[in-house]
Design a protein around this ligand. Structure first.
Ligand SMILES: Cc1cc2nc3c(=O)[nH]c(=O)nc-3n(C[C@H](O)[C@H](O)[C@H](O)COP(=O)(O)OP(=O)(O)OC[C@H]3O[C@@H](n4cnc5c(N)ncnc54)[C@H](O)[C@@H]3O)c2cc1C
Length: 500
């Protein structure tokens, strides 16, 4: 990766950081002597690698795990945990500014204490790091090697010169930010998720490039901290995978927050003048320039496969999609499996975790669990959150599956009204003439919590009719799901109403 200079994005060295480092990369750690041929060697100590190693060790197997940087991987160190910690504080600031709406008074000049909220984030990250510690993993019976691994043969790899032999291996090397090739960007300096959580000062003006989950979450958070934030997205809507009405609600929410939304916009050049970054944008032949103090890129993630020397192991991989796997997570070398961001389209911690269980089971127990059998929900933690599971309507149509959709707006849900959280909807798709749930999209303040009920129903094959019989505590926002199920039941007798 190219070097960047971000003067104010230097890792802190406070007690919280010391605790995290002591857990995820202790300075005094000495790698063990390799213990002959391992039943399983895991490359990468993020969520996929940790789950793989612990699962194999709990089966009584001889296991080694290699990590080149920090145990916990992206999720703990530069992903889910720090982002969700600062998002929580950003919500608090948004609520404080909106206090009158809730019948409360706060001083007019709410001051954002950026160093303090970043300290809170570091405290939380340090706490969570306790479960991902080198010592804990070692105590679970895993030989932990800190260093970079590359394959030297179909059953061997090297960790900084130390040879590890394996019967089976799991590649769980994760992913890194994909930097857009914009002239002048590297020279001007930019932030990614790998250093944005090291900022000690809030940039006064920020441009976020990319309207996927990462860009959207952080743009909203930084805007709520008081940064004058623009977000440039080359496509006509944010979160291009999500349903259009969901993405539209997000654009509206961004506009309400005061984010300068630039859809259909390409970033064509970055220049530096007097310490400021001048970014040229083109939108439908209209050119404009935004002047900012910092640029954050969130334009996708690339699998970490380039330094693995996979050719030596007979493993096929692609620089964009990662390790080539079959439905059993096996690579083109039957000894070697992959899990997590290194091979999956859906780059989420829970997907990494679930895929690791499959990989280990199939590798060590000669099992035949399939990746395609998983039902994987996801959520973008903006405000409102946007969560999804299963099929989108367009996917069902592509597969010639007739769909019926039941939609409940959150403004029809008592608890959402009481909470002042009326933006959004619960939308559940069933296969026509059945109550079988094909998928759902939820836009709501707590959509990430609500989607789990639908996921449970889908995995357990519980139909919408049964969900109508489930008593939901009142008042809760999850009653939106019950209302959608009730609408389904009513549609059995009045087939022309309630559905969309
Ligand atoms: C800002 C951000 C926010 C996110 N928020 C969420 C969220 O809210 N929910 C969610 O589900 N997901 C979220 N994600 C995604 C989540 O972090 C990843 O999907 C998850 O970390 C993937 O786990 P993994 O184990 O596959 O890879 P990683 O976590 O990337 O771990 C891979 C590890 O392998 C190591 N490694 C790589 N190559 C080698 C090598 N050759 N030798 C030794 N070690 C090596 C790396 O150092 C790394 O520690 C977020 C990601 C980002 C960037």
């Amino acid at each position: 990766m190219q070097q960047r200079s971000i003067p104010s994005a230097t890792p802190r060295e406070d007690a919280y950081e010391q605790e995290r480092m002591e857990n995820v990369r202790p300075a005094a750690w000495r790698n063990p002597k390799p213990a002959g041929r391992y039943d399983l060697v895991v490359v990468g100590g993020g969520p996929a690698g940790l789950v793989s190693a612990r699962a194999a060790a709990s089966m009584g197997r001889k296991v080694a795990l290699v990590e080149r940087a920090l145990l916990g991987g992206s999720c703990l160190n530069v992903g889910c945990i720090p982002s969700k910690a600062i998002i929580r504080t950003s919500r608090l600031y948004a609520e404080m500014r909106n206090a009158e709406h809730y019948g409360a008074q706060v001083p007019a000049d709410i001051r954002v204490d950026f160093p303090l909220l970043m300290q809170r984030m570091r405290r939380i990250r340090a706490r969570v790091s306790r479960v991902d510690s080198v010592q804990g993993l070692s105590a679970a019976g895993v030989d932990v090697f800190l260093g970079e691994a590359h394959f030297t043969a179909g059953d061997a790899l090297s960790v900084d010169g130390t040879k590890l032999l394996f019967r089976k291996a799991v590649v769980a090397t994760g992913a890194r930010p994909d930097t857009p090739s914009i002239p002048g960007l590297v020279e001007a300096g930019y932030l990614t998720n790998e250093n944005v959580f090291d900022l000690s000062e809030l940039p006064r003006r920020l441009l976020v490039i990319g309207g996927g989950p990462l860009g959207c979450e952080l743009a909203q958070a930084f805007c709520r901290f008081g940064a004058r934030t623009s977000i440039a997205q080359s496509l006509p809507l944010f979160l291009p995978k999500e349903e259009r009405d969901a993405a539209q609600l997000l654009s509206d929410a961004f506009a309400r927050d005061g984010i300068d939304v630039r859809l259909n916009t390409e970033v064509v050049r970055v220049r530096t003048e007097g310490g400021q970054k001048l970014v040229d944008l083109v939108s439908d032949d209209y050119q404009s320039t935004v002047t900012v103090d910092a640029i954050l890129t969130g334009t996708g993630r690339l699998p970490n496969v380039e330094r693995l020397n996979v050719d030596a192991a007979g493993v096929d991989c692609d620089a964009t999609t990662g390790i080539r796997i079959d439905d059993f997570l096996r690579s083109t070398n039957p000894r070697i499996y992959a899990a997590g961001d290194a091979c999956l389209e859906h780059k989420f911690t829970h997907a990494a975790d679930a895929s690791a269980h499959i990989a280990v089971h199939n590798a060590l127990s000669l099992g035949h669990r399939r990746l395609s059998a998983l039902t994987i929900p996801w959520c973008t933690y903006t405000d409102p959150e946007i969560a999804h599971v299963g099929l989108y309507v367009r996917e069902a149509r592509d597969r010639d599956i007739p769909v019926r959709t039941f939609t409940i707006p959150m403004h029809d849900v008592d608890r959402a009204i009481a909470d002042g959280e009326e933006t959004g909807f619960v939308k559940i798709h069933v296969k026509e003439r059945t109550d079988r749930i094909l998928g759902a999209t939820i836009v709501a303040r707590h959509a990430g919590e609500l989607i789990n009920e639908i996921t449970l129903a889908m995995v357990a094959r519980i139909g919408l009719k049964t969900l109508a019989r489930v008593i939901h505590a009142c008042p809760t926002q999850a009653e939106a799901i019950k209302k959608a199920a009730d609408a389904y039941v009513r549609s059995l007798t009045k087939p022309t109403i309630e559905s969309s």
